[in-house]
Design a protein around this ligand. Structure first.
Ligand SMILES: Nc1ncnc2c1ncn2[C@@H]1O[C@H](COP(=O)(O)OP(=O)(O)OP(=O)(O)O)[C@@H](O)[C@H]1O
Ligand SMILES: [Mg+2]
Length: 652
């Protein structure tokens, strides 16, 4: 009796029905044999051949065991009965009773046989799965052993978006370390017959652990649209910017760090900036300032709904598209940092909120304004890059505790492109997109040669590596945000953008209030903003007086402040007056007081006299080196500052 399977018609799935059908078939065969009057030896031989055929089929399928025994019993019973029916008659009571008895007994035994067979099949499946698991567990430790790295052990394996992540234990003798394996990724790829770039190593949660990521599919080649998130975000928390190769979300925190984004032409920098702006536009505790000297190409789509009066406020609160405007902005931001520092708001450091928002200053293509090779040679020709780079460095150094954080974008990580080594060293969050060579990758990620090597291998636009204190060194595919979607996001977000707090507005002064004026931003207002698929739109030119709700609102705030604070710090040029440092010599002039304040803000790093001099110069304060040396020596005697290594000074 053969076992019914899932393809068997439902009638045959009932053992009783099958038994009756088979009994009828055997009985019919008995009739035929009897009617044909075949010789007994022929009937016996035929029955034996059929029984042997059925039995060998069952044996081939299940092997020796209970099922084969059951099949033997069935065929023996059927063959014996056929031989009897052929020799005598199928119609005798004995023949009928024998057939009915045999069928009843065999049908009753069938469920037991079937259960046994299922148990055996289940066990076989379990054994096969266990063997496959063991083979999988041994695969990587064995492969590493063959490559000359013995002693690693399998700990666990998880499925990821691109393939698998295997957690491996490292041998206790310390001979195989993360760096050993990270340097061997190419050999591992060859040994495992995988594509180039399919294996990534990551440090595990413990020192004796590494994560081996095997990408079976190149997910970095995919395009992942920025999810349509409309929930409010906060600049104090990580902002999602893409997906790691293993499918986990990659988020970056822009607060309290300076960010450096490096990528060759077409690597996806502007797209990433758009993604960051989109996420920041959902943060009611962050203002976005942007320096975009490529004619505002990246910034304009974000301003368009506001320029067309379709929304209340612009997503980017201040855009500089000229060197002069960039200088105005950077100087205003420095005044803002100073004003916030002296306002005492937020205690030790400011925690941004809607009333006290952070300022995220995005600089598209840093090399154009900070780079050492480009820009006017002298200040007679216009604002030099040296001045702008010094301002940028100062903003970066002093802005952290005042919630003013820069995001710098450049094509190469070389200091000549960024403007100053100080500025670069301050960038704790680094995002590398496609770079030309491994040497270039090391300029972005200097601490880990293996990660830099991985970065150099990324070829798809929009893929890169994020290096931060708590980040994972795994390739990331950044979300894609097309220009068509920007207008919608900017229009929605414009209804709920924050304004600077009164302290900032007062410190920014006219430079800020008149940022959208005809002479400074007329080119933006009159700009013909074209998005790929849309018609050309020419926004109306501004009228005299406050030009928008935004400007009117700010003018009112400033007027209110002036009433409250007659000795207000925003001077006619918007320059903050210097307030005497509490610990400073009462006879000291503003330059000396400011020098002490600056020394205070650079903290444990300290600063040399030359550095202090250039920091003062950036703020328009000229002080001779000798004077600074004298003041510092006097302050040292007064116990307010102390000398540190390499000619640096620190406050006590
Ligand atoms: N995250 C992404 N996903 C898919 N494609 C992307 C992504 N980022 C960028 N691209 C593709 O790469 C192209 C160039 O991107 P983008 O303009 O951002 O580069 P860029 O680095 O700013 O270039 P440039 O240095 O010339 O300004 C885009 O037009 C798009 O086709
Ligand atoms: Mg670009």
């Amino acid at each position: 009796m053969s076992a019914p399977n899932s393809h068997t018609p439902s009638l045959l799935r009932q053992p009783a029905a099958v038994a009756i059908l088979l009994a009828i078939a055997v009985y019919g065969a008995g009739w035929a044999v009897h009617a044909a009057r075949a010789p007994e030896w022929l009937t016996g031989a035929l029955a034996a051949v059929i029984a042997a055929a059925v039995l060998s089929l069952v044996l081939a399928h299940t092997g020796p065991g209970v099922t084969a025994g059951y099949a033997l019993a069935c065929t023996a019973a059927a063959g014996g009965w056929l031989a009897y029916a052929g020799a005598f008659s199928p119609t005798t009571w004995l023949a009928i009773a024998a057939l009915a008895g045999a069928v009843t007994v065999l049908a009753a035994a069938y469920p037991l046989v079937r259960r046994h067979q299922q148990r055996l099949a289940e066990e076989a499946r379990r054994r096969a799965a266990e063997a496959a698991r063991l083979a999988e567990e041994h695969k990587w430790p064995d492969l590493l052993r063959r490559l000359g790295y013995p002693g690693t052990s399998f700990r666990s394996q998880t499925r990821t978006r691109s393939g698998h992540t295997i957690r491996l234990g490292l041998p206790a003798n310390g001979k195989v370390r993360y760096s050993t394996l990270a340097a061997a990724t190419e050999r591992i790829e060859i040994a495992a017959r995988l594509r180039h770039g399919a294996v990534q190593m990551e440090r595990g949660g413990r020192a004796d652990e590494v994560l081996l990521h095997v990408a079976e599919r190149d997910v970095l080649a995919d395009t992942i649209e920025l999810p349509d998130g409309r929930q409010p975000l906060s600049v104090n928390r990580p902002l999602p910017v893409g997906l790691h190769e293993d499918g986990t979300v990659c988020s970056v925190t822009l607060r309290e760090v300076a960010t450096l984004i490096v990528g060759l032409r077409g690597a996806g920098k502007s797209n990433l900036i758009n993604v960051l702006i989109a996420q920041l536009s959902q943060c009611t505790d962050a203002l976005i300032f942007m320096i975009d000297l490529k004619g505002g190409r990246t910034a304009l789509p974000w301003l368009q709904p506001w320029l067309e009066r379709r929304t209340r406020r612009p997503v980017i609160d201040w855009v500089a598209t000229t060197r002069q405007e960039a200088e105005l902005m950077l100087r205003a931001v420095l005044r803002g940092i100073d004003a916030r520092a002296h306002s005492g708001a937020g205690g030790e450091k400011i925690t941004p909120s809607a009333n006290l928002p952070a300022v995220i200053l995005i600089v598209e293509e840093v090399a154009v304004i900070f780079g050492m090779i480009t820009g006017p040679r002298t200040s007679l020709e216009g604002t030099t890059n040296t001045t702008l780079a010094a301002l940028g460095t100062q903003v970066t150094q002093l802005g952290r505790s005042e919630a003013i954080d820069p995001v710098l974008v450049t094509q190469r990580g070389a200091v000549t492109m960024i403007g100053s080594a100080d500025l670069k060293s301050q960038c704790a969050l680094r995002i590398g997109l496609g770079v030309a060579t491994e040497a270039d990758a090391r300029l972005v990620i200097p601490d880990d040669l293996h990660i830099a090597a991985n970065l150099a291998r990324l070829s798809h636009p929009g893929s890169g590596i994020v290096q931060s204190r708590d980040g994972r060194p795994m390739p990331v595919k950044f979300y894609r945000l097309t220009h068509e979607r920007i207008a919608g996001i900017a229009e929605r977000a414009g209804a709920d953008r924050p304004a600077p707090d009164p302290v900032l507005i007062q410190a920014f002064g006219d430079a800020y209030l008149k940022r959208w004026s005809e002479e400074r931003a007329g080119h933006l207002r009159g700009a013909r903003v074209r998005s790929n698929a849309q018609a050309v739109v020419t926004p109306p030119l501004p009228t005299a007086g406050p030009r928008s709700d935004t400007d009117r609102e700010f003018a009112e705030i400033v007027a209110g402040l002036a009433d409250e604070d007659p000795g207000g710090r925003a001077g006619p040029g918007g320059k903050a007056d210097l307030v005497a440092c509490p610990g400073a010599d009462p006879g000291a002039g503003p330059a000396r007081t400011r020098m002490l304040q600056l020394l205070d803000t650079v903290g444990v790093m300290g600063a040399t006299t030359a550095r202090l001099q250039s920091m003062l110069q950036v703020e328009g304060i000229d002080a001779a080196r000798q004077s600074l040396d004298r003041w510092l020596t006097e302050e040292e005697s007064a116990g307010r500052v102390k000398r540190a290594s390499h000619g640096r000074w620190k406050t006590r």
